[in-house]
Design a protein around this ligand. Structure first.
Ligand SMILES: C[S@@+](CC[C@H](N)C(=O)[O-])C[C@H]1O[C@@H](n2cnc3c(N)ncnc32)[C@H](O)[C@@H]1O
Length: 236
């Protein structure tokens, strides 16, 4: 499948991948990097860390602070890379699981140019260990572990629940089955009470599905090119 995929530039100068079969990009054409930073890092991870019970002050050592993240649609790993870089820089322990039905090759990921947005150490170890992370958990550095489940969301099983879910599926127009009640309910079972679910889009159906699952739902400011995005917090 990789041979059909194309690297394309987005408005902020960062690259994304275009999948002609789906007719969709992996990120917003208004800026892959800005979208990833705004939706997942700032509106997801930083929001979670700002909650009073969790707040290790950013920039300070906080031994023992551990964050677990589940990403639906791991793709190029951009969300993981930015998150791992932030956590390592801020001495936060990170346990990251991606779900990806159609894993890219390491060669394809290496062409994205995402090395320029994270530390050379994180990039190098990620690219080297990415193939193994599809088989078992790998250590990126002493603070960061990664595992990618190479399966469809519906087939993902785990005993673990996560602090944060990054929901980064292709848009509902292209993959409606990823956004229906069943898929959202399957996803939210892996979220801890008090955990945060974020995604770049917001629709009435998504809001209703999350509310029915006992989540508090809010509209947040969207990334460039989108007025709004959705954030939900699972009730305790
Ligand atoms: C919008 S892209 C994700 C972009 C990714 N987060 C990144 O930063 O590169 C959607 C991803 O979902 C994956 N995908 C499609 N169908 C899926 C399914 N049923 N289960 C899990 N992943 C799926 C695609 O292969 C693609 O990598």
């Amino acid at each position: 499948m990789d041979s059909e995929l194309k690297i394309v530039a987005t408005a902020d100068g960062s690259n994304t991948i275009y999948n002609p079969r789906v007719g969709e990009n992996y990120h917003s054409r208004n800026g892959a990097l800005q979208e990833s930073r705004h939706v997942f890092l700032n509106s997801g991870l930083l929001y979670f860390l700002d909650a009073p019970s969790k707040s290790p002050p950013v920039g300070e050592t906080f031994p023992g602070a551990a964050i677990s993240i589940l990403e639906v649609g791991f793709g190029t790993g951009l969300n993981f890379l930015l998150t791992a870089d932030f956590c390592t820089e801020n001495k936060l322990w990170l346990n990251y699981t991606g779900i990806e039905a159609y894993p890219l090759t390491a060669e394809m990921i290496a062409q994205t140019g995402y090395d320029q947005y994270v530390s050379p150490e994180i990039w190098q170890v990620f690219i080297e260990k990415y193939p193994d992370s599809l088989k078992s958990q790998v250590v990126i550095n002493p603070l960061c572990q990664l595992q990618i489940a190479g399966c469809k969301l519906e087939n993902f099983r785990s005993d673990q629940q996560y602090d944060i879910i990054y929901f980064d599926a292709f848009a509902v127009a292209h993959q409606p089955e990823m956004w229906d009640e069943r898929a959202i309910s399957h996803t939210v079972q892996f979220l801890k009470p008090g955990g945060v679910f974020v995604t770049y889009a917001i629709t009435g159906n998504l809001k209703r599905a999350l509310k029915a699952l006992g989540c508090g739902v809010e509209k947040a400011k969207g990334a460039a090119g989108k007025r709004e995005m959705l954030r939900a917090v699972k009730s305790v």
